[in-house]
Design a protein around this ligand. Sequence first.
Ligand code: AMP
Ligand code: MG
Length: 407
Amino acid sequence: MIPLDVAKVRVLRDCHPLPVTEVTLAEADGLVLAESVAAQEDIPPFDNTAMDGFAVVAADTAGATEGAPARLSIAGTIAAGAVAPRPLQAGEAMRIMTGAPMPDGADAVIMVELTTVEGDDVLARAEVPVGNHVRTAGDDVKAGVEVLSAGSPLSAGHLGVLASLGRQRVEVHRRPRVGVISTGDELVEGPQRLEPGQIRDSNRHTLLALVGRVGCEAVDLGLVRDDEDLIEKGLRDAASTCDAVITSGGVSMGDFDYVKAVLSRIADMDWMQVAIKPAKPLAFGTLEGIPVFGLPGNPVSSMVSFELFARPGLRQMMGHPQPERQTFWAVAAEGLPRRPDGKTHFGRVRAQMGADGRLELRSAGGQGSHQLTAMADSDALALLPDGDGVQPGDEVEVILLDHLHRA
Ligand code: AMP
Ligand code: MG
């Protein structure tokens, strides 16, 4: 068996960032920026009000209270998108709406809730300091500064920043197309009655969703029988149409592990036994230059193997400077037992905030590598070092998963 880190290094060695391409903002969500973006102009571009109210000269409100308001004459209205008809004079106020530019001469805004209109006048019922509720030009971004650097993953807020800078297209690493193949003569699909020995293919659906979740384009390459010619054809088609391919099943020590036979012949593979449970067997290498992840067939193993190896590999292909997930420390709220076997175990757990604000872990259910329901319902993997497991109250390192759609 080899250590987890050694297997990861092997995978990352052959997962290279894809070429840079230009995409629209609509296409850029989840991709990694491949250029430095500097601001050509200030954001916001002009001094404006953060409140609906009246633009005033702060000194005119000196000493104003509910009982003794300051009387100012209303000199106009400024809507968002408009500009003041003329500068403000001392003793005047202009109605102003959130986002509208400050008129020349004004240096503060009093919010509408603190004013009372009387005919052509407004009563300011409080004193406001200079700069009150004024958002100055460049308060968010100053012209000339680098706003986003190459290697930044783009998400919702960044797309907004790019749009506010006037960008419609950006340079990113191309989104990888990732083919997913299931293999195994026992596998069928759909609702029909199972013949003796048959099970339904679950891995492909799981892996396609996980691939999509990473931000890659998931390509369903179907279910392939345990037949060398069909497997070779499936793999070669994948290599010619995709940037990476993920198989599940057929890579362990069984007699009919044809994926292993075929990949050994046509690809440059390493067959690894990683000191982890689940997901000990891992095949990884390149076929016609593209990474091939041969994940184990057991449903939990294939998910854990995806998380530990394929996810970082694919993220590196997307250009992420940090392809691996951060780990966190949590506390076992119950015992998480295991047996010594020279491996690190990845326990499927539920993580919840405890009363003392610490993250508490509880088993998500059956821990067999075939027991997919517990994995499906787990929001973290607990790293259980070799030994007898952890006791209630022990600190545990965890990988927080993001495959659940829970809030
Ligand atoms: P293998 O790696 O081919 O020896 O398969 C290991 C276990 O995973 C066996 O019990 C297979 O039936 C099961 N398995 C393999 N592929 C799939 C799949 N796509 N969906 C569900 N179970 C699978
Ligand atoms: Mg098989």
